[in-house]
Design a protein around this ligand. Structure first.
Ligand code: HEM
Length: 186
């Protein structure tokens, strides 16, 4: 399989980035909701919850790195255009959805990073060492970043559901046909 995308299909690097990031992001949403709801009163409860926090933050940083790789790769090897069977309105909807997903893939992990920095919590990357703070401690900024992180977490979940619904709809309606664009990513 070629590394680069061509006019009709995705190459191996785009496919790898797409599926690895999808798996990590979906897991981050589930773990994020689970850990935020955990009780944190006793020492044992805190220790249990903060194990998940550590993993969530480290994998979140991985997404932040991978989205920049992906944005550079799009410039180097542009994705295939949508097939002509999609009318102008459908093309607009698909493009808007993709643009919002890209925006959230940058803003969501960044808000998590800022929330941790502003709250005075370290970001230890898989126990290998502490990552530098982008902002200083600030209760106000921490609160805003926290709120933004929560809202964007649920927004990306809704967009992922729509994105998957579109792919599944075209697969069921037109399996192997021109509008079944899932096949270009498999
Ligand atoms: C694409 C990447 C990410 C996704 C999809 C994601 C998703 C989520 C979600 C859905 C929640 C639950 C929100 C709530 O119910 O309060 C959450 C919580 C949290 N996230 Fe992320 N996150 C990502 C990246 C990050 C990063 C990079 C950091 C920090 C370095 C981070 C730190 C946190 C923290 C500390 C919480 C817990 C907030 C609380 O205790 O209420 N996240 N995340």
């Amino acid at each position: 399989m070629p590394l680069k995308n061509n006019a009709t299909s995705y190459g191996s690097l785009s496919k790898l980035l797409h599926w690895v990031m999808a798996a990590i992001i979906i897991t981050l949403i589930a773990v994020g909701i689970y850990m935020a709801g955990l009780p944190k009163e006793t020492m044992e409860q805190k220790q249990y919850a903060f194990q998940f926090y550590g993993l969530h933050k480290s994998f979140g940083v991985v997404i932040l790195v991978l989205i920049f790789v992906r944005l550079v790769w799009i410039r180097v090897s542009p994705p295939p255009a949508l097939p002509a069977v999609f009318d102008a309105k459908e093309q607009k909807v698909v493009k808007l959805l993709q643009a919002l997903l890209y925006l959230l893939m940058v803003a969501l992990p960044l808000s998590g990073y800022i929330m941790s920095n502003a709250g005075g919590y370290p970001i230890n990357f898989f126990g290998l060492g502490e990552l530098p703070a982008l902002v200083g401690e600030s209760k106000k900024l921490g609160g805003i970043a926290h709120e933004a992180h929560e809202i964007m977490g649920f927004a990306i979940l809704a967009l992922i559901v729509l994105h998957m619904a579109g792919a599944i709809k075209h697969r069921l309606k037109d399996k192997g046909g021109e509008s079944d664009i899932l096949k270009r990513m498999l």
